[in-house]
Design a protein around this ligand. Structure first.
Ligand SMILES: Cc1cc2nc3c(=O)[nH]c(=O)nc-3n(C[C@H](O)[C@H](O)[C@H](O)COP(=O)(O)O)c2cc1C
Length: 403
């Protein structure tokens, strides 16, 4: 028989410690996010449906994105033990400069729609954390304003070469003059992908008030209040636009784009050049022959061609084809630090994250983006320690295989 007794008050006091109440609601919310999917859950509650769907969604049946995420789940890590991993160094060299972590913020269009702090918030965090930040041609903060917000951050500019080549030249000149050291030329957008959630939600730029969005506004008053009381939401590199996202993309993108245009960009951009949206090894080799310093294996976060190849699976053949003549980077589907470690082990020099930080931005502005980095860093460090690896350079393909 178990002998029972009454617990002493002092024993109860020991275990009954209510958590201190956090007054600041953003801090309180973010304190509950321990993973990137947690940030996504908060983001969904904080933003109108059309905004969340624009960020979260992908093209057609969204298989490109689903498969890319699934590939990371198929990774099997192979640890070594007794390797003395008390101190882990997560820094790495990307196109000749040190980055404190093996990832950068991907270029994303229309960022201020997710949270009014937008690109500036992302650039502040990049500066604080010592990682690169990319600004999209479709950004909602100008090149000069991002440079002023984070003068010390390493900044990259993403270019869409649109029909008006003069406008592209002007953007390249301004980015270079503002200290952006690398150009990401996006080439997977001859036309826009079919983002069905945007079509169904009737997403327009700027957002329009219909009876439905009005109702939604009642559920997200803080978002609408911030939208209406901060600087007007518009594309910083384009004159004003009053249509849907899909219409804008098809207006801007040039289906005639070809290798001569790549040569033209190479001639006109004095900094490092990365070609973004490479989806097979032969194209990787060809763009490197045209002067690319790095290729970014990416299917645009699944937002362009559906059922596209999975970047993680393209790494080995691409590394073979490029044969050390350029760096190979990767994005699409990254939702954890472990995903990043797996991609680096497979040979990527660095990774870009898109939605991961956008979920943070929607969940809590700059502090949410910071939370995203804190989560990813913690996961990267822990994965490296559990793998028995102290430096990024020591990661090998044998550490992370696909099953
Ligand atoms: C909301 C959103 C907007 C994007 N806008 C751009 C863009 O303007 N230019 C670009 O090259 N890529 C754009 N991308 C693609 C990202 O740069 C990146 O390739 C992608 O987000 C990586 O996938 P992930 O979101 O799963 O990390 C966008 C992605 C998202 C989610």
């Amino acid at each position: 028989m178990t002998k029972r007794r009454l617990p002493k008050p002092s024993e109860l006091r020991e275990i009954l410690r209510p958590k201190p109440f956090v007054l600041d609601p953003t801090e309180r919310r973010l304190g509950r996010a321990h993973t990137i999917p947690d940030l996504r859950t908060i983001a969904r509650l904080r933003t109108p449906r059309a905004v969340f769907d624009y960020t979260d969604g992908a093209a057609e049946l969204e298989d490109s994105l689903r498969r890319a995420r699934q590939a990371f789940r198929r990774v099997e890590f192979h640890p070594n033990v007794l390797r003395g991993v008390a101190d882990v160094d997560t820094s790495t060299t990307v196109l000749g400069k040190r980055s404190a972590l093996p990832f950068a913020f991907a270029p994303t269009g229309f960022t201020r729609v997710m949270h009014h702090e937008g690109e500036r918030a992302v650039a502040h965090v990049a500066q604080r954390e010592g990682i690169p930040v990319s600004l999209s041609t479709m950004g909602t903060t100008s090149i000069e304003d991002v440079a002023a917000a984070a003068p010390e951050a390493r900044k990259w500019f993403q270019l869409y070469v649109w029909r008006d080549r003069g406008a592209g030249l002007d953007l390249m000149r301004r980015a270079h003059e503002s200290g952006f050291d690398t150009l990401l030329l996006t080439v997977d957008t001859p036309v826009g992908g079919a983002r069905m959630r945007d079509v169904r939600n009737g997403l327009t730029i700027p957002p329009t008030l219909t009876p439905r969005t009005f109702l939604d506004g009642a559920m997200h008053p803080a978002w609408w209040f911030n939208l209406l009381t901060t600087e007007p939401l518009q594309f910083a590199s384009l004159s004003s636009w009053g249509g849907t996202v899909a219409e804008l993309i098809n207006h801007m993108f040039d289906p005639a784009l070809n290798f001569d245009d790549l040569a033209w960009v190479r001639e006109n951009w004095p900094g490092k050049l990365v070609v973004k949206g490479i989806q097979n090894a032969d194209d990787a080799r060809d763009v490197v022959k045209h002067g690319a310093d790095a290729v970014l294996l990416s299917n645009h976060g699944g937002r362009q061609l559906d059922r596209a190849p999975t970047p993680l699976e393209l790494l080995p053949p691409t590394l073979d084809a490029v044969n050390g003549d350029a760096e190979v980077w990767l994005d699409t589907g990254i939702l954890s630090g472990g995903d990043i470690v797996a991609a680096i082990a497979q040979g990527a020099t660095t990774c870009l994250v898109g939605r991961a930080y956008l979920y943070g931005l929607m969940a809590g502005g700059e502090r949410g983006v910071q939370r995203c980095v804190d989560i990813l860093r913690t996961e990267i460090v822990r994965t490296m320690q559990l793998l028995g690896v102290r430096t990024i350079d020591a990661l090998r393909p044998s550490h992370a295989t696909l099953r």
